[in-house]
Design a protein around this ligand. Structure first.
Ligand SMILES: [Zn+2]
Length: 226
């Protein structure tokens, strides 16, 4: 597949700057039944040495367009198992379709459980079953509300040659961190609201604690409710 977006900076780059390690084609079945082919990139030189990856989707996008980018943090329960305790899986499925339609990237960051890891996330789930909300549970475990860092996403964009993006997110903190790391964020395009009876309290906590831009009024029809 031809490169879809121009690289930057093409000259004068330091050898120890983050770089694309490998790129492979990946056929993908979208949730709406379409079969598409993405390009999956791995990296060398990322600052935290994590196995983060990018998925490039954009067969119909004109070269040079500002790509739509989703910065998605790993959620094994939501992304892999389809857990309804959070909206991660629904957001991933939406992002795959929207980015395929618009052209762009999913940057998948291996920072499970808002940065505390899978086992501690499950410890936090246990506390939530005892009445704490998602943020209070993290604090009860001696961890921060949100330990994710998005600077590595900026490093991946730099390695991919993408200095300017449209960000697919409801989270203003992501936009600010990317801008701080030198990425130009033209627009922040909101994701859909994937509320169900299982995740409503989780989404309410996100709005309360992190200023996520999620319309959660009680009149909202529940989407994707099993
Ligand atoms: Zn999740």
């Amino acid at each position: 597949m031809a490169r879809l977006f121009p690289r930057f900076p093409p000259a004068g780059s330091e050898r120890d700057q983050p770089s694309v390690r490998n790129s492979v084609s990946l056929p993908i079945a979208l949730a709406d039944g379409r079969m598409v082919v993405g390009r999956m990139h791995s990296f060398d030189g990322l600052s935290d040495e994590g196995e983060h990856f990018a998925l490039e989707l954009a067969p119909r996008t004109l070269s040079g367009a500002v790509p739509l980018v989703r910065v998605h943090s790993e959620c094994v329960t939501g992304d892999v198992l389809g857990s309804l305790r959070c909206d991660c899986g629904a957001q991933m499925r939406e992002a795959l379709q929207r980015i395929h339609d618009d052209g762009g990237f999913i940057l998948y960051l291996r920072q499970e459980g808002r940065g505390i890891g899978l086992y501690r996330k499950l410890d936090a789930y246990r506390l939530q079953e005892q009445g704490l909300d998602t943020f209070s549970a993290n604090r009860a475990l001696g961890r921060g509300d949100d330990e994710r860092r998005f600077n590595v996403a900026a490093e991946m964009l730099s390695a991919l040659g993408v200095p300017r993006i449209r960000l697919l997110s409801n989270n203003p903190a992501k936009k600010l961190q990317l801008i701080d790391c030198g990425i130009a964020v033209d627009t922040m395009e909101l994701t859909g609201v994937h509320v169900s009876r299982h995740n409503r309290s989780y989404l309410e906590a996100k709005v309360l604690h992190t200023q996520h831009q999620i319309a959660l009024d009680s009149e909202l029809p529940e989407k994707q409710v099993p």
